[in-house]
Write a protein that binds this ligand. Structure first.
Ligand code: GLC
Length: 480
């Protein structure tokens, strides 16, 4: 079979009857039809509203203190630290005026798996040592005695009273570092930087979704939303301050404030999302079973794990990998990542067999190949369709009719079928006419948005401070 070719109906018909029946059941369980997508979107709109209305609702709808879109004229050099779910990235970003391309030097620092359950000191040591190493390696200075302005992208739920402050509400994406929940992580970072006497000044703390939206808007005024479809799943958009009843502020009602929805937590009370037994198992096995219900069905961290649970189930029923010992590798939680899953859809039979052999020490025969392709497709398709619901809800709530959704994250950037599936489902939810000449809502590529966005937001924050518009900025220290 050629790379990327569909498993044909004929291939499925050749499967043993019991496996065929089970595959049908699995595919039905993972199917979300248009009516279901619309139902999920309607509930999403309600949860967005509830989160803006009052504190402590299911969707946090965090005010970020990023006020309005950038002008596109922001300029200057900024250090950016971007702590994602899988990587620590440090960048030196120079924004230029007159639409000249942004310059970026960057280095990725490995995050050992053990960091996820380390202590706060261990995390800050790792980050600050990396910052120190980066400053030395790239010989950074800004030509004055002022410290280097630093933007920090911290992509976890933060309650922010100021843009340079953020209390961690709860860890997500499998992180569980002690001594940080409920604490001001900006203060912790600042004191770790100060301990090393590093010549930097923390200017802004942002979420990756806000970063994607602002980095995109810096160049593209049609940007309406920043979405991350990666290890986690979340979006940010601009809301009028007057439409955020829970926010205490003296800002005029028509001021625009970026909202980090934190919508990975959508439907934590399980009212609308149709969960399969595999989703229920993921929640049950998770360190935080009652959190991030939506993210656990749609984000990159979990897609490979859902696939693993399905294949393990088939094996336990005697329907796949018969007579092989699948219990060592296939039984290991989070053994498979999203790349493994997308490979199932896009690699040749030979490549897939090699992957099974290498990663799981299993021999995949014809039946396993047919089933894995179909299961992988069902899981990825459901994920892409779910990812539409949160964005469609924002679009509906705001009455937006056209614009660009700036997308970043490994699933959006690396999964070859994602964009097409997402666009198809968006059309179904928003009832786009079939005779349209172009799609009103288009997903655009905001790769690196979490880094560049932090630089643009730092420039906006410094300007705001210099203009005397200081609400929402603490700005301890001297950087102007
Ligand atoms: C998780 C985090 C959220 C982040 C998203 C994408 O949902 O809680 O802050 O934006 O992952 O990285």
């Amino acid at each position: 079979m050629a790379a990327g070719s569909d498993t044909t109906t004929r291939d499925v018909r050749l499967l043993p009857a019991a496996l065929q029946k089970e595959l049908k059941r699995i595919e039905a369980d993972f199917t979300l039809d248009t009516a279901m997508l619309k139902k999920i979107t309607e509930r999403f709109v309600e949860e967005l509203r509830e989160g803006l209305e009052k504190p402590n609702q299911n969707l946090a709808m965090e005010a970020t203190w990023v006020l309005g879109y950038p002008s596109g004229k922001e300029a200057g050099s900024f250090l950016v630290v971007d702590l994602g779910g899988t990587n620590l990235r440090i960048c030196w970003i120079t924004l230029k005026t007159n639409a000249q391309p942004t310059e970026m030097e960057q280095k990725r620092y490995a995050l050992p798996a053990s960091i996820k359950t380390a202590t706060s000191d261990e995390l800050w040591d790792l980050i600050s040592d990396s910052v120190s190493d980066f400053i030395k390696e790239f010989k950074l200075h800004n030509g004055s005695s002022e410290p280097l302005p630093l933007g920090f992208t911290f992509s976890y739920p933060l309650a922010q009273d100021y843009i340079d402050h953020g209390k961690l509400k709860t860890w997500t994406k499998g992180f569980d570092i002690k001594g940080m929940e409920g604490e001001d992580i900006a203060a912790q970072f600042r004191s770790s930087l100060e301990k090393r006497k590093l010549p930097v000044k923390l200017v802004s703390v942002i979420n990756d979704t806000t970063g994607a939206m602002i980095a995109s808007a810096y160049l593209d005024p049609e940007t309406i939303v920043g979405g991350i479809f990666g290890t986690g799943c979340n979006a940010a958009y601009m809301e009028n301050v007057g439409s955020i009843p829970k926010l205490k502020t003296t800002l005029p009602k028509d001021t625009k404030m970026a909202i980090n929805c934190e919508y990975g937590a959508f439907d934590n009370s399980h009212q609308v999302l149709p969960r399969t037994k595999y989703d229920i198992e993921i929640c049950r096995e998770s360190a935080r079973p009652d959190e991030q219900a939506f993210e656990k069905m749609s984000a990159g961290l979990y897609l490979g794990e859902i696939f693993r649970l399905v294949m393990l189930d088939l094996h336990e029923q005697g329907l796949a990998f018969k007579g092989q010992n699948a219990f060592d590798e296939l039984n290991q939680a989070f053994r498979l990542d999203t790349e493994f899953l997308s490979g199932m859809e896009h690699n040749t039979d030979k490549e897939i067999q090699a992957r099974f052999e290498k990663t799981l020490n299993l021999k995949a025969g014809r039946d396993e190949l047919v089933v894995s392709r179909r299961v992988a497709e069902s899981i990825a398709l459901r994920g892409a369709r779910l990812c539409v619901c949160g964005i469609a809800a924002i679009i509906k709530k705001k009455g937006i009719t056209k614009g660009h959704v700036a997308a970043d994250g490994s699933v959006a950037i690396k999964h070859p079928g994602f964009r097409k599936r997402w666009t198809q489902a968006m059309g179904e939810v928003l009832d786009w006419p079939s005779n349209r000449t172009e799609d009103p809502i288009i997903m655009t590529n905001a790769e690196d948005g979490s880094g560049i966005g932090a630089a643009v937001i730092s420039a906006m924050t410094i300007k705001r401070k210099n203009d005397g518009l200081t609400e929402g900025i603490k700005f301890e220290g001297s950087t102007k």
